[in-house]
Design a protein around this ligand. Structure first.
Ligand SMILES: C[S@@+](CC[C@H](N)C(=O)[O-])C[C@H]1O[C@@H](n2cnc3c(N)ncnc32)[C@H](O)[C@@H]1O
Length: 265
């Protein structure tokens, strides 16, 4: 198992990101509802790449797995402490959990295929994966301002077909609508509030920005500030400011084993 002290088993260092995460990444209740519904009547739930606990249900017995010490330290007291492990090597017996979930995490795993096989091995029922469709990631105004950050997201996120294949069984994919006042702090949460992304600490809460170098951050800052000041952003994208919700690349993929027991929820 690959581990970095205080860091991540994935492709980013989680120290600085964890600090920004605590400040900016709050679960969005409407997205949480969709994730929880996908877990059906499960009583025991595994949450992989659990971070500080966003989207974790509190009305079921949850086992959280999180390899980053910085993230584990940021879990609030009302949630169970997380197990220090990675998706690729889960320290649980076959069929230990009724359902599993992983939110905004699978793109950071060093070996998603192995991680998904592990999650499926230890789970008897549905596995819910909140992730991005890499084929849709670039269809967002941010691409015009910082292509690097969305090229990075597109490269890091596994294809939905690979996720489906890795989990096996029957797969359902739904696009997740993002509310205008989304309380979580991923890039698309600001589809209609571009000014917020001018705050460097907001960007830092999204790990893809850690792949962007200083000159690119500066260029982004200058170009977006200028276009907001002279009205050119609004001329092209201002309609987004009034949309109560928007569908970007965020998707919920739910895999159910073909022989799964019928949910009693
Ligand atoms: C963007 S955070 C998401 C945290 C939380 N699930 C959420 O929705 O806010 C991604 C998390 O995945 C974790 N992670 C990275 N590589 C992992 C791996 N191989 N196995 C399990 N978790 C991993 C990171 O340490 C980080 O906490």
């Amino acid at each position: 198992m690959v581990r970095m002290r205080g860091g991540s088993a994935g492709d980013t260092g989680q120290g600085a990101i964890a600090r920004a995460y605590a400040d900016h990444r709050q679960p969005e209740p409407r997205i949480a509802e969709l994730v929880h519904a996908a877990l059906g009547g499960a009583r025991t739930v595994l949450n992989v790449g659990a971070g500080a606990g966003s989207y974790e249900p509190t009305d079921r017995a949850v086992t959280a797995v999180e390899p980053s010490a910085s993230m584990r330290a940021r879990r609030p007291g009302h949630l169970p402490p997380a197990v220090d492990a990675t998706a690729e090597s889960l320290p649980f017996a076959d069929g230990s959990f009724d359902a599993a979930m992983t939110t905004f995490s699978v793109h950071q795993w060093s070996d998603p295929g192995r991680g998904l096989a592990e999650v499926r091995r230890v789970t008897t029922g549905p596995v819910a994966v909140l992730t991005r469709d890499p084929g849709l990631v670039r269809d967002f105004w941010l691409y015009e301002y910082c292509p690097k950050v969305l090229d990075t997201e597109a490269r890091r996120h596994p294809a939905l077909s690979a996720l489906a294949e890795g989990l096996g069984g029957d797969t359902a994919v739904t696009r997740v609508p993002i509310p205008l006042e989304c309380s979580d702090s991923f890039n698309e949460a600001y589809y209609g509030r571009p000014e917020v992304l001018l705050d460097r600490s907001v960007r830092q809460a999204c790990s893809s920005w850690s792949f962007v170098d200083e000159p690119e951050h500066d260029r982004f800052q200058e170009q977006l500030s200028r276009d907001l000041a002279d009205g050119s952003w609004d001329a092209r994208y201002g309609g987004l400011r009034g949309l109560p919700e928007w569908e970007g690349s965020l998707v919920l993929l739910v895999s159910t084993p073909t022989s799964a027991p019928v949910s009693t929820a």
